[in-house]
Design a protein around this ligand. Sequence first.
Ligand code: HEM
Length: 463
Amino acid sequence: MLTLLVFFVVIVAAVYYNIVEPLFLDPKSKIPGPKLFAFTKWRLALEDFRGSRTRAIHALHERYGPIIRIGPNEIHCNSLNALRTIYGAGSGFERTWFYRMFDAYGKQNLFTFESGKDHGERKKLVANAYSKSLMLTGPAARMVQEKVTQYLALLKAQGEQPQEIFSSLHYFSLDAITHFLYGPSHGGTSALKGNAQHRALLNDIVDPTRRYLSWFAVHQPALTKWMYTREGLLEQLLRPILPMQKPTTYTGIRKHALEAFHRFKDAAETKSDILASESSIISRLWTSHESVKGSGPRSLDSLDIASECADHLLAGIDTTADTLMFLIWALSQPQNSHIQKQLVEEVRSLSDDAFEDGVPKLDAIDKLPYLDAVIKETLRLYAPLPASEPRSLPTDCVIDGYRIPARTIVNMSPYSLHRNADVFESPLTFDPERWLGPTDKVNLMNRWFWAFSSGGRMCIGLQ
Ligand code: HEM
C-alpha cells in the first residue's frame, strides 16, 4: 500500500513539475508558441540538429507573432521594443553560458565574458585599435589594400576559368586578420601567396562534422567533455562515435594563434623596440599587460592575451569571407546584372587620386553610397551570423507586455528582424536600392538592421 502511495505521489509530482507548472502556471506560459516547444528543450534541439533552427524559429514568429516561447526556459523576440529592452546599452542583460564554448586555452575573452564589468575592462584595451579613423587611414588600411592587390593577383593568375571563391576569399580574410592581429612577422599568414600550410588552416572551417560537435557541446556539455577526455581503451572504443574526430572546433587555427602569440612574446621580451614599431592588436594588449603587471582585475596574463587574439581571429575570418562571397554571388545572378553595372560605374567615377597602385583607397570607397547600399543589402539578406544571440537577466523583467522570470534565456536574430515585410518591402528580394529610398523609410530599416548586433556587446570589427 505504501509503495503504491509513493508511486502515486511521484507520478503526481512529475506531472505537476513537468507539465502543469511549465505549461500552465509559469508566467512564460502566457507567451504564444507551440506547446511541444514549451514542454521540452529537445524539440528545438531537433531543429538544431537538422540545421534548421533559425528558419524554424522564423516560421514560428510568422505564425505566432513577435514574441514566442521556444523552450521551457527560452523565448525569442522580434520587435524594436524587445531589441531596446534586451540589447540596448546598459540593459543589464548578459551573454549566456552558450558563449563559453568560444573560450580559448581555458581563458575567457571579449566574446565570452558574461558580466558587463569584465567585458568593459577588456574592451577598453582594444576598442581604440578598431576605431573608424584608424581603419580607414592608419597602417591597417594600407595592409588591407595590400591584401586586395594580392587577391586580385591571385584571381588574375587563375586566368579566365570559373573561380572557386569560397576558398580564395577565406585566404583573403585569414591573411588580413592575422596581419591586423599579430603583425607581419609573428603570425601574419600568406595564404593568398600560396603558402600551403596557411591554406590548410581553413580545413577546420570546411570540416562538415564541426556542426555536430557544436550540437553536442551545446546540448550535452558534460557528456561531450567526458567523451573527449577519455584515455586508453575507452578512448579507442569511443573514437568511431565521436561527433568530430578533433577535440575542439578550429583546432588548427587556435594552434596557429597560440604559436603566433609565443613568437610575439619571445620577440617582445628580447627586443625592446618592437612595441613602438608594431600597431597590431597583440602589441596593444602586451603593452597593457606590461603596464599593469602583477595581480588585480585589469592585469592580463599571457594566456589572456592569446585567448583574446584567437577570439578576434575566429570572429573575423568566416564573417568577412562569407559576406564577400554572398555579395559576389548576388551580383553574379542574371537578374542583378544592372546592380553590378551600376556598382562598377560608381567605382570608376572616383578621381585618380582616390587610387593607389590601381586599388581604390579605403577612405575613398567609404564615401560611395551605392557600394554602401550593396554591402548593407548583402548583410541584411545573407547576414553571416543570422542566428539567435542568447542573453539572460538576473532579475525579472517585462518584455512586450509579458512578465519574464529572472534567468529566462531571451533571444533575437538578424534572420527574423531582416525579414519583417512591414519594414522591408519584398524582404526576400536582393534590392540595394531600398537603402537609397526616402529618408523616413531608410531610418526605420536602419533601426531594424542588426547584422552586427547592438549595445555594449555589438561587433567590435564593425568598421
Ligand atoms: C561582416 C563581418 C562581421 C559581422 C557581420 C560580425 C557580426 C558580429 C555579431 C553579430 C556579433 C555579436 C554576436 C553575439 O552577441 O552573439 C559580433 C561580435 C564580435 N565580433 Fe564581429 N562581425 C564581423 C566581423 C568581425 C571582425 C572582422 C572582427 C575582428 C577582427 C570581429 C570581432 C568581433 C568580436 C571581438 C566580437 C565580440 C564583441 C564583444 O562582445 O564586445 N567581427 N560580431
